[in-house]
Design a protein around this ligand. Structure first.
Ligand code: SF4
Length: 196
């Protein structure tokens, strides 16, 4: 009788259990093949475009598949990780894997939303109005909290009532620019999402 090592026994056992579980759940070869064919049909003949995930500074590469419809509109079919990218080798984190929702989700917020103090509902406002509102609020907070000298009479010229948090998708240049701007306003509380 041939002898079976413990390692071989465990290997055979694991394979058998896997096969049983697969057939129990109905994942047979035919289903896998039909899924493969369906996937092929979905992006068959599609135009392949390369892009970068917008969410964080890892910068994973994406492939977007689009099709031009008979009425001339472009339809986005699929977004997935780019297997040729040395950064992510086709993989995406759960956030990046939902990148397609940025384009197609009916729940996507497409304009600035404002909820006045005391109101219960959000309202759409224009980008110009939103930027004016932010600028006015920054000026008001800065004027109200600016500290010219500390308790010992030292000149400090700092704005203590505003904090700034940068996004992880900042490039080095954007981070440099944001830091210069905020320090220029006298902010001392700067943070960066990648460190939070
Ligand atoms: S959010 Fe995820 S998929 Fe996107 S760049 Fe960062 S790690 Fe990559």
């Amino acid at each position: 009788m041939p002898t079976v090592t413990r390692r071989e026994f465990l290997k055979v056992g694991a394979a058998g259990a896997g096969a049983l579980a697969a057939s129990g759940l109905g994942f047979d070869v035919a289903l896998a093949e039909s899924n493969r064919v369906k996937q092929k049909l979905r992006i068959e003949g599609a135009k392949e475009l390369h892009s970068i995930c917008p969410y964080c500074a890892v910068g994973c590469s994406l492939v977007a598949y689009t099709r031009t419809n008979s009425d001339g509109t472009t339809q986005l079919l699929q977004i997935e990780g780019d297997p040729d990218s040395p950064v992510n080798e086709g993989r995406l984190c759960p956030k990046g894997a939902t990148a397609m929702q940025l384009a197609v989700s009916p729940r996507r917020v497409e304009s600035p939303m404002y909820r006045p103090a005391g109101a219960t509902a959000w309202q759409k406002i224009s980008w110009d109005d939103m930027l004016d509102k932010i600028a006015n609020n920054i000026k008001a907070s800065r004027d109200a909290t600016f500290v010219a000298t500390d308790g010992n009479g030292n000149t400090v010229n700092r704005t203590e009532g505003i904090a700034f948090a940068g996004g992880a998708a900042f490039s080095s240049e954007e981070g440099y620019f944001a830091t210069k701007l905020m320090r220029g306003l006298g902010l001392v509380h700067l943070e960066q999402q990648a460190r939070v």
